[in-house]
Design a protein around this ligand. Structure first.
Ligand code: OKP
Ligand code: ZN
Length: 345
């Protein structure tokens, strides 16, 4: 399968994140992608550099002020104090209900809170360049499929599905799956389905397309009553305005077995077929894996092959976009199992 990599991903290498109030080493590391690239090469997939600029599409899925903030955020942080180069900025205050989010504060940390949904998405010196180049890879992968290639894989990090129109969150900055879906729309697809199989609900993707009928969002994920991102991903979120009926959430309890997960996948596939999608984007998180350190589903490595086979039977032009998966040493095997399962059908 043609795979687009992100040559700048390793510049996004924050050191720690918060967990239960303590600083712990980041789960979302450059090493993750080393494992995926190694497995791709070992199994004959090769790696292609991005050949498209995401800028025009980015402006269709994110707001101008969020993009302007993110692009210069690290320089803004350094401008406060040159010694900040060795310090990770974290937000500490957010405009929750009754507070105003229309006025940009002059205080940097307050701006960071305005554009963040959590304190779990650390910025580093190379974050913008890495996120931008990842979105270039997503644009490139979608263009290839729009030109007639059966399927492509966007092998990138940081992930994207928690990033909304104007905020970062959950290790995500730019929504690569939304960029891929919008690119497919811009190149002739009338109805695009995004299927998110990451353990965590893709709240950003849902929010970007919630009011639109031209993109169906379907997600299988840990029940938000107990799992991140907590505040979105319930079954009664079915779309708004023109998009009513175009959002499908299939939350499953933590601990759900592979058998039950595949039942949910059948339901998801039926909804995509019923919608009449003419192209498919897969938000390919591999954290439904039984060995994932921060997730609680029970898929085995062989189940990812089965997932790929089932997706191939949808018979749709398909763009795979890497999302989460934190059992780093098994991530390459699990991701490439999906791609090989897909290509075997
Ligand atoms: C991103 B993706 C762990 C706290 C949890 C949020 C998880 C984000 C998952 N220290 N942080 O959907 O895989
Ligand atoms: Zn996840």
């Amino acid at each position: 399968m043609i795979t687009f990599h992100n040559p700048l991903h390793s510049g996004h290498a924050p050191v720690h994140e918060f967990f239960r109030g303590e600083r712990v080493p980041c789960f979302e590391t450059p090493t993750r992608l080393d494992y995926v690239q190694e497995a791709l090469q070992l199994r004959g997939h090769g790696l292609t550099a991005p050949d498209a600029d995401c800028r025009p599409v980015l402006a269709e899925v994110h707001t101008p002020r969020y993009l302007a903030f993110l692009e210069s955020a690290w320089q803004q942080w350094l401008a406060l104090d040159a010694a900040n180069g060795d310090v990770q900025p974290f937000p500490s205050v957010w405009p929750v209900r009754t507070l105003r989010s229309d006025v940009e504060p002059l205080n940097f940390v307050a701006r960071l809170g305005l554009y963040s949904m959590d304190n779990g998405t650390p910025l580093a010196a190379g974050t913008w360049a890495a996120a931008k180049s990842g979105a270039d890879a997503a644009t490139s992968a979608a263009r290839r499929v729009a030109q007639g290639t059966r399927a492509s894989f966007c092998c990138t990090r940081p992930p994207g599905h928690h990033a909304g129109p104007d905020f970062m969150g959950g290790y995500c900055f730019l929504n690569n799956a939304a960029v891929a879906a919008q690119t497919l729309r811009n190149h002739g697809a009338q109805r695009v389905a995004v299927l998110d199989v990451d353990y965590h609900h893709g709240n950003g993707t849902q929010s970007i397309f919630y009011g639109r009928a031209d993109v169906l969002f379907v997600s299988i994920h840990g029940d938000p009553r107990t799992e991140y991102p907590f505040y979105l991903g319930h079954a009664d979120e079915t779309g708004a305005g023109d998009g009513v009926g175009c959002n499908v959430n299939l939350p499953l309890p933590a601990g759900t077995s592979a058998a039950t997960w595949f039942d949910a996948l059948e339901h998801a596939c039926a909804r995509i077929t019923g919608y009449g999608a003419d192209a498919l984007v897969i938000s390919l998180g591999l954290d439904a894996y039984e060995g994932d350190p921060i997730s609680r589903f029970a898929l085995a490595s062989s189940d990812f092959t089965r997932l790929g086979e089932r997706l191939a039977r949808m018979s749709l032009p398909t763009v795979f976009v890497l999302e989460g998966g934190y059992a780093a040493a098994e991530l390459g095997t699990n991701a490439v199992n999906v791609l090989d399962g897909f290509e075997q059908v």
